[in-house]
Design a protein around this ligand. Structure first.
Ligand code: PNS
Length: 170
């Protein structure tokens, strides 16, 4: 039987400031659903990010090395325009809790209105990571809390370096 997803390309967009194991769980599962998955960092973000786009790209690239069909990129402007330029037919997003739903629904419907040919595909966040967000991880480590097991070790080292001024040999 032919694979209906053959040649399918999806974009997993976000701020990824920084990547967490919650994101990685979604990337792993998304890489099994689509032939190619492009993890795309929004670079003209109004939010003031902790890490530059280059730093976020580096951390993502290191973290997705195990998935040959996953690529890391960054984009400006409208997500659906970028998706169409990259030949993608789907946008991948994760939903952790009901509180994510309203924001995600709004974005998905706006994106559908802009480009009806691009579908948003939602995956439920892995239950082990449903409370994990980049924002909380930054807050916790900045206040001296333990975040091991929530972000890859290389990301934890970068966070310690940036927020606590701890330089580590890497
Ligand atoms: O990780 P985030 O911050 O929740 O990701 C939000 C993101 C990057 C997916 C969203 O802000 C986005 O798509 N921005 C691009 C601008 C755009 O296309 N806006 C209209 C769609 S609602």
């Amino acid at each position: 039987m032919p694979n209906p997803n053959q040649g399918s390309v999806a974009i997993y967009p976000g701020s990824f400031d920084p990547i967490t194991y919650g994101h990685l769980d979604l990337i792993e599962r998304g890489s099994r659903l689509f032939n190619r998955l492009i993890v795309a960092i929004l670079s003209n973000d109004a939010k003031e990010p902790l890490f530059s786009v280059t730093e976020r790209r580096e951390m993502l690239a290191q973290s997705v090395k195990a998935y040959p069909n996953v690529e890391v990129d960054s984009f400006n402007g409208l997500l659906v325009d970028y998706a169409s330029q990259r030949g993608a037919t789907a946008l991948l997003r994760g939903i952790r809790a009901i509180s994510d739903y309203e924001y995600e629904l709004q974005m998905a419907l706006m994106n559908r209105r802009l480009r009806p040919d691009i579908e948003t595909v939602f995956l439920m966040a892995g239950e082990a990571y449903s409370f994990v967000s980049s924002r909380l991880v930054k807050q916790v480590i900045g206040l001296g809390g333990n975040i091991s097991g929530l972000v890859p070790p290389l990301v934890e080292a970068r966070l310690r370096d940036r927020l606590l001024g701890e330089k580590q040999a890497r």
